[in-house]
Design a protein around this ligand. Structure first.
Ligand code: UD1
Ligand code: MG
Length: 456
């Protein structure tokens, strides 16, 4: 058998989300909903993945390379959506259809469905699940022999009878078909139902009418096939996805102290023996090395963190902290802050678009923006780079082994040489040569007898 074609239908309006963002682009653990089944299909070894989009948007901008896109002109139903992908379907191969709003399906579950379908020789196999609360799903009606006869829809009144509504076995929205049989049956399905749409499940009775076999394939773990139609269901699926992500990290050797207060996006990478402390959020393409401690209460967005790093009560966005850096408590690292190994950003320190040299410390209450600081330098408390003249940004250069004193302001562009010092309270507007002390403040004057004069 050639590898199956997987058709993922995602052209619907998603009206129950009540959102200006298409349902399938809502993020689930940092990855658009649609990318979940796409990833599962690719992992399962699909020969071809086709996503059905509608003409008013461009899902392809969000899809991995190599995924094909078909367009359903009008949202006339799930059957019509699959028909829109007809030219991508090879009549001799197995075709898996996945509703784009079933994100938790796994590669193994898809492989299991294809295996069951091909082993049974059925023309169509629908994955089903039993739910305590089946509301909103299409119910599976079986005949006396237990074969799937048809699916009755329940989204609006008029399709299902009272008796059918009490059925707890539902259509998961994941199917396998013989390609040729699917195309032939689709051509035969009409929209004579409560919604006036072409329902994909209606191909099942058509296959039976043609004397073909239809199978129901119960999935034993219904959490894999929950659909997302509104934000309540999105939240439920999000918590299951989060558990899946965290357990994968835990099995790879990451300690997550408080899973319930931790959020980790799908693409995040974490090395062994790293500890994620409570209240921590790891977003986007964040990568963390081994033996680091992140949190408590830290947020990392697209951050790159090395080995043995500590990040306590801090917010790190698109910044890099190399091995053995110490961040926080209460640091704010902004885009293109790059801390070389062993560097420190301490309490109430903000750094952006700056390189901080190996072993250099910015321990307290400072703003470092558009600066390059060499190795083993110590920045005193409350140092500020005045990097913005109101129109343009300018860089500050501070060499290696520099000691700046408290309350130094660097009015950029300005350069401080290696081994130099600055005096407390200095506003440095001119370059400080290597080894020099730059001091720029008014001299102190003491007014003798001042207190006595006030009394008189
Ligand atoms: C569908 C099934 C239902 C099943 C449930 C499982 C039908 C008619 N009903 O209902 O039996 O229990 O999924 O989650 O298939 N779409 C299009 N074009 C359209 C309409 C929908 O591409 O014209 C896409 C949507 O973008 C979505 C998917 O098809 O990704 C399912 O559509 P949705 O409206 O969510 O169907 P359900 O009501 O959930
Ligand atoms: Mg749905």
């Amino acid at each position: 058998m050639p590898a199956p074609t997987v058709v993922i239908i995602a052209a619907g309006e998603g009206t129950r989300m009540r959102s200006s963002l298409p349902k399938v682009l809502h993020p689930l653990c940092g990855r658009p909903l649609i990318n979940w089944p796409v990833t599962a299909a690719l992992e399962a070894g699909a020969g071809k993945v086709v996503v059905v989009d509608n003409p008013r948007r461009r899902l392809e901008d969000h899809l991995p390379d190599g995924v094909e896109v078909a367009v359903q002109q009008h949202p006339n139903g799930t059957g019509d959506a699959v028909a829109a992908a007809g030219s991508h379907i090879d009549s001799t191969s197995t075709v898996v259809v996945i509703n784009g709003d079933v994100p938790l399906i796994t590669a193994e579950a898809l492989q299991g469905l294809v295996q069951a379908h091909e082993d049974s020789g059925a023309a169509g196999t629908v994955a089903t699940m039993e739910l305590d609360d089946p509301s909103g799903y299409g119910r599976v009606v079986r005949d006396r022999e237990g074969n799937v006869e048809r699916i009755v829809e329940t989204k609006v009144e008029g399709d299902a009878s009272e008796a059918e509504l009490s059925i707890r076995e539902v259509n998961t929205g994941v199917y396998a078909f013989d390609g040729g049989s699917l195309l032939a049956a689709l051509a035969d399905v009409d929209a004579a139902n409560a919604q006036g749409e072409v329902y994909l499940p209606d191909v099942l009775p058509k296959l039976r009418e043609q004397g073909k076999v239809v199978h129901g394939h119960p999935v034993t773990d219904p959490t894999l096939t929950l659909g997302v139609n509104d934000r309540v269901e999105l939240a439920r699926v999000q918590s299951l996805a989060q558990t899946r992500i965290q357990q994968a990290h835990q099995r790879n050797g990451v300690t997550i102290v408080s899973p319930a207060t931790t959020t980790i996006d799908a693409a995040v990478k974490i090395g062994r023996d790293t500890v994620i402390e409570p209240g921590t959020t790891l977003k986007g393409a964040t990568e963390i090395g081994a033996e680091s401690v992140i949190g408590p209460h830290s947020t990392l967005v697209d951050a790159t963190i090395g080995d043995g790093v500590s990040v306590v009560h801090s917010y790190v966005v698109q910044a890099t902290v190399e091995d053995h850096g110490t961040i926080g408590p209460f640091s704010y690292l902004r885009p293109d802050a790059h801390l070389h190994p062993g560097a420190k950003a301490g309490a109430f320190v903000e750094i952006k678009n700056s390189t901080i040299g190996r072993g250099t410390k910015v321990p307290h209450l400072s703003y470092i923006g558009d600066a390059d600081i060499g190795e083993n330098t110590n920045i005193g408390a409350s140092n500020i780079t005045a990097n913005y003249d109101g129109v343009r940004k300018h860089r500050t250069k501070i060499g290696a082994n520099v000691r700046t004193s408290v309350d130094t302001a660097f009015v950029a562009p300005v350069e401080v040489g290696d081994g130099a010092y600055t005096g407390a309270g200095s506003v440095i507007t001119e370059d400080v040569p290597p080894g020099a002390l730059g001091i720029a403040r008014a001299r102190q004057r003491n007014v003798e007898g001042y207190a006595d004069r006030r009394k008189g």
